[in-house]
Ligand binder design. Structure first.
Ligand code: B16
Ligand code: MG
Length: 217
């Protein structure tokens, strides 16, 4: 069968989660409250709009529609000031090796991210040209845990969803892959990503034999 791989961006290819956290936290602090790193887990994989809604709930705050839009823009500006400084040294360990393996073996792979900044980031880290398809927050109408982003990716790669392998660091993203009837591989903490079919701490823990087994499935 035509097996295809789909990678999330933030937390899988690159650790931009730390920049999202800093930028959201500044927004909260400017509005007069704070939230924890643990609460931040709930923001991973979640769209910009949904993230701000959650944060405002934590601070017991409501904003007018205009102010909501303005705050989102400010957060993104702040986030992009970190992105501006990025280069390929920010690619997470083990990622170049797996991408090179897939390229060498002619296995198609796509990006499936909730971020509207995904293309900018891929260019900063010099991976833009490597992906066979890029699906991001500008291409979808339904955010993770809806499987839309991964289903579009499967379609673009000409692969059946049940022949797709998805790498995700977020609970919402693992749920999206599962709902899409794909094999979900969690990257991160087993206690957080327990719903995934397999969980690894990072890509350096994934052996080529494991990838080959997935390909024979
Ligand atoms: P942006 P992913 C997600 O990216 C992030 O995990 C999440 O924290 C962020 O709010 C979302 O993208 C939207 O990002 O504000 O850049 O459009 O993990 O799906 O690659
Ligand atoms: Mg992610």
């Amino acid at each position: 069968p035509n097996t295809a791989f789909i990678f999330d961006l933030d937390g899988v290819i690159v650790d931009t989660a730390k920049f999202h956290f800093l930028a959201w936290r500044k927004l909260a602090n400017d509005l007069g409250f704070d939230f924890t790193e643990e609460q931040n887990e709930q923001l991973k994989g979640v769209s910009r709009v949904e993230s701000l809604k959650k944060i405002l709930q934590w601070g017991n705050m409501e904003l007018s529609e205009d102010e909501f839009t303005r705050q989102m823009a400010l957060k993104n500006e702040n986030y992009l000031s970190y992105v501006e400084e990025m280069d390929d040294s920010e690619i997470l360990p083990g990622v170049p090796e797996i991408l090179d393996y897939l390229i060498k073996n002619n296995i198609p792979f796509a990006l499936g991210s909730a971020s509207k900044n995904a293309r900018t980031i891929l260019k900063k880290i010099n991976l833009f040209e490597k992906f066979d398809a890029i699906i991001d927050g500008t291409d979808v109408s339904k955010a993770k845990p809806d499987p839309e982003v991964f289903l579009i990716a499967a379609d673009k790669l000409n692969a059946r969803p049940d022949n797709c392998i998805v790498f995700e660091d977020s609970v919402a993203g693992v749920q999206a892959a599962n709902k899409g009837n794909m094999t979900s591989i969690g990257i991160g903490d087993k206690t957080v990503l327990g719903e995934a079919d397999h969980v690894f701490k990072d890509f350096t823990e994934i052996e080529i034999e494991f990838i080959e087994k997935l390909l024979r499935k």
